[in-house]
Design a protein around this ligand. Structure first.
Ligand code: PEP
Ligand code: CO
Length: 466
């Protein structure tokens, strides 16, 4: 069993109130001449400056000490001593930031973590695609419906999903709303996970309120019973550790909109280092990871643990160049590769990348995103994914790591705690025709609560047999 590094409380609050850091000092860190892909085209530059000034004046959403704490855990996962579980919406929305929806997502992640931890006897690092995942890169700048062409939806951080000119106009004031919604979400996340709700002894309660007739429900209940018995046994032996009572839950999102991420960058008073305090973990997406682009420059200069999405076109040399740029000193826990190859390609493409990285001596956490390489359009026009393809990519990920002698360190999943019908298959056998029943995502299709639990049970088996 791993002893988690614990932070002294004073180390969690190293930033002076309202940053105190001069914006010129922060701006000077980054190379302003570089191109940033996938940026909004804000029509009103004065409004942008005013939103940025407001963001700069706000307190940090997360603290440098918490980011460092997460980095230590990433290092453990990279060494095979922990497992990374990252999940949440493809695109969070302002309307979706309700207590019920946030609680259902947290419960789903806690349930998945319990399944993984119990099944594989490994500590699980819980990370939400939450409290900041409001901006989306898009393949097309515009969308056309019935002959009308408007700007594409780029996430609530930029415009609104509704298809009319006013809603689709890019509005920089939305960045301020992203901060406020993220703060409210994080507040609830911290209350749920520190205030007793996440106590492992509530493993039964987390299943309450979810549909009972699914095939996976009884399996979860049986596991929860076994955990309850093990806990009662431990308690009878006089052992009742605090570690059972609260969990650490980290926030993450794609660092996409440069104005937002830079405005929320602060200098840590302990070390003089810069941290992006909009989330504990940020990742750079497949569409914005140009080596000479602004996103990679930004990621190189903040000290947070960083992820980079690695798609099927990535070459081994490119992977090595990313490592050189983002983690030249090979700091443990600093860099995570989130592979998203597609079920049909992972077994062919991943081995050569892993072998080059291993040969270089770089310490990397390998995480599988089995969602983004497996999206297709159903005959009805809905964007969807097959549960079997998702599982096949995860299986491929485990097979490749086994063959390479490396650690399959975690999974990155688009999910919701709600009972939606967005991905086909799974135990409930959602069909193409069923998609219309409850298709609610603002962007990519998510696993629903049952499908997410089902995936956790299957991954726990793979983890046990790895
Ligand atoms: C995402 O994670 O929602 C996303 C857009 O992923 P990618 O950059 O891998 O396409
Ligand atoms: Co997505």
């Amino acid at each position: 069993m791993v002893n988690w590094p614990r932070q002294l409380p004073e180390l969690l609050y190293p930033f002076p109130m309202n940053s105190g850091n001069s914006s010129a000092q922060i701006e000077a860190l980054f190379n302003a001449s570089l191109t940033a892909a996938q940026q909004p085209s804000w029509p009103d530059k004065v409004a942008v400056a005013s939103a940025v000034a407001e963001l700069r004046s706000f307190p940090p959403l997360v603290f440098a000490g918490e980011c460092d704490n997460l980095k230590e855990r990433v290092a453990l996962a990279a060494a095979g001593a922990a497992f990374w579980l990252q999940g949440g919406d493809c695109a969070e929305t302002f309307a979706g930031a309700t207590a019920d929806s946030i609680r259902n997502r947290i419960k789903t992640i806690l349930q998945m973590a319990a399944v993984l931890q119990y099944g594989a006897s490994l500590p699980v690092i819980k990370v939400g695609r939450m409290a900041g995942q409001f901006a989306k890169p898009r393949s097309n700048d515009t969308e056309t419906r019935d002959g009308v062409t408007l700007p594409a939806y780029r996430g609530d951080a930029v415009n609104d999903l509704e298809f009319n000119e006013k809603s689709r106009t890019h509005d920089p004031n939305r960045m301020v709303k992203v901060y406020n919604t993220s703060a409210a979400t994080l507040n609830l996340v911290r209350a749920f996970t520190q205030g007793g709700f996440a106590d492992i002894r509530h493993v039964h309660e987390w299943n309450k309120g979810f549909i009972k007739d699914s095939k996976i429900g009884p399996r979860y209940e049986a596991m929860a019973k076994e955990i309850g018995r093990a806990l009662a046994f431990t308690k009878s032996a006089g052992v009742d550790p605090d570690g059972f009572k609260t969990v650490d839950f980290y926030s993450s999102h794609e660092a996409l909109i440069m104005e937002y991420e830079k405005a929320l960058t602060r200098i840590d008073s302990r070390t003089g280092d810069a941290y992006d305090v909009s989330a504990h973990f940020i990742w750079i997406g497949e569409r914005t990871r140009q080596l000479d682009g602004a996103h990679m420059d930004f990621a190189a200069k903040v000290k947070n643990p960083i992820g980079v999405k690695i798609g099927p076109k990535t070459t081994p040399d490119e992977a090595l160049a990313i490592i050189k740029k983002l983690n030249p000193d090979n700091e443990p826990g600093r860099l995570t590769f989130i592979t998203r190859m597609g079920a049909g390609k992972i077994r062919e493409i991943l081995p050569t990348i892993i072998s080059a990285v291993t040969k270089s001596g770089a310490k990397i956490l390998w995480v599988c995103d089995p969602m983004h390489g497996n999206t297709y359009e159903a005959p009805s026009g809905y964007k969807t994914r097959k549960f079997d393809d998702v599982m096949d990519e995860v299986r491929g990920f485990f097979e490749v790591h086994k063959a390479c002698g490396t650690h399959p360190g975690g999974i990155h999943i688009e999910l919701t705690g709600d009972d939606v019908t967005e991905c086909v298959g799974g135990g409930e056998e959602i069909s193409h025709e069923d998609l219309a029943t409850r298709y609610e995502t603002a962007c990519d299709p998510r696993l629903n609560h049952t499908q997410a639990l089902e995936l956790a049970f299957l991954v726990a088996e793979m983890l046990r047999d790895r």
